[in-house]
Design a protein around this ligand. Structure first.
Ligand code: NAP
Length: 325
């Protein structure tokens, strides 16, 4: 099969298309013939040699895809050849075929075409597992999501607002902020000119945000704690602003706040399987009703994978970038 491979760590130019052996389904796995794969920030790090795949995962880049089941391994009872699905992967998505544990497959939601479905697994599983399962966004809780125009941000804004929450977000350009508001954010804060702590506090009568979903890590740690409401939960999922920062425990104690950091890719198959099942139960109905839409900024053929990486690395894309096969 054709797959994207790298000869050495480096820039987008190291991504090439090669012939590699077809994957075979192990026990409990299926093979998907890939229709489309999505590009994630982690893929850029893996390309640069900074984010190796977890033990046992494919060396091929690619954390999510959509496609058609072409082979079924021993013990798989709920998927058959010909079924259409999208999948959360530990690797292997940038290829014509990928083997995946059956529990990490999700049906394509009604009304979503097969290519677009590749935009859903990472954002749906990351947002659902962090904001709703781990941080337990509840009742009248207020959410602040940083990077609102990204893949995760566009999905988090829609999902939380569809479930009745007030959502604040940060974004870097007028076009992105306008889009975030159209997706359901109450306010999209210009993080270059405004202080998100001040804006959120002002709009919540001084209370702050109950949950913060953060992609920036070190750079925002202190201000994220400032913006937390009493008993607030800060969930860090990215380190775009660095990995090391000083934590002011006194501020956290006073608020009875929690700081949580999670990574989906390295979680065991069992965890990912129950997250996928929960997403199908709770998130897919909102996708099928149109309340939450996959937001796709760019679709390119697999041959233009280097250009796709450059686009994600720049600041012009809104939502996800897909590679089609
Ligand atoms: N832990 C996990 O399991 C997990 C899973 C999936 C993703 N992630 C991480 O989550 C993050 C978001 O993923 P994604 O797929 O949405 O990436 P993405 O589509 O590239 O979006 C990232 C966003 O960050 C924004 N941004 C850059 N600097 C910012 C700043 N100073 N303040 C606020 N926003 C800023 C960018 O837009 P602007 O133009 O507005 O700056 C961009 O929209 C990434 O760091 C990714 O690695 C983690």
């Amino acid at each position: 099969m054709r797959a994207v491979t790298t000869t050495e760590p480096g820039g987008p130019e190291v991504l090439t298309i090669s012939d590699v052996p077809d994957p075979r389904p192990g026990p409990g796995e299926v093979v998907l013939d890939v229709a489309a794969a999505a590009v994630n920030r982690a893929d850029l790090l893996q390309r640069m040699g900074l984010y190796p795949p977890p033990p046992g995962a494919s060396e091929i880049i690619g954390l999510e895809c959509s496609g058609t089941v072409s082979a079924v391994g021993d013990g798989v009872t709920d998927w058959s050849v010909g079924d259409r699905a999208c999948a959360l992967l530990a690797g292997g998505g940038y290829a014509e075929k990928v083997a995946v544990p059956a529990g990490q497959l999700m049906p394509v939601p009604d009304g979503i075409d097969l290519v677009t479905a590749a935009a859903l697994p990472e954002v749906a599983c990351t947002v659902w597992s962090n904001v709703f399962m781990t941080a337990a966004l509840d009742d009248a809780d207020v959410l602040l999501v940083h990077g609102g125009a990204g893949g995760i941000g566009t999905f988090a804004i829609q999902l939380a607002s569809a479930r009745g929450h007030r959502v604040f977000t940060t974004a870097g350009s007028p076009e992105k902020r306008e889009r975030c508001v159209a997706l359901g954010a109450e306010v999209a804060i210009d993080y270059r000119e405004e202080d998100f702590v001040e804006v959120v506090r002002e709009r919540t009568d001084g209370v702050g945000a109950d949950v913060v979903l953060d992609n920036m890590g070190a750079k925002y740690l202190d201000r994220n704690i400032d913006v937390l409401a009493d008993s607030g939960r800060l969930v860090i999922i990215g380190m775009q602003g660095g990995a090391k920062a000083e934590l002011n425990i006194a501020k956290l104690l006073g608020k009875r706040g929690a700081v949580i950091a999670t990574a989906l890719r390295s979680r065991p198959v069992e965890d990912k399987s129950w997250i996928c099942a929960d997403v199908v139960e709770h998130v897919w109905p909102l996708v099928e009703s149109g309340a939450v839409e996959p937001i796709v900024g760019n679709v390119l053929p697999l041959e233009q994978v280097a250009e796709a990486h450059r686009l994600l690395d720049g600041d012009g894309n809104i939502g996800k970038i897909l590679l089609t096969l």
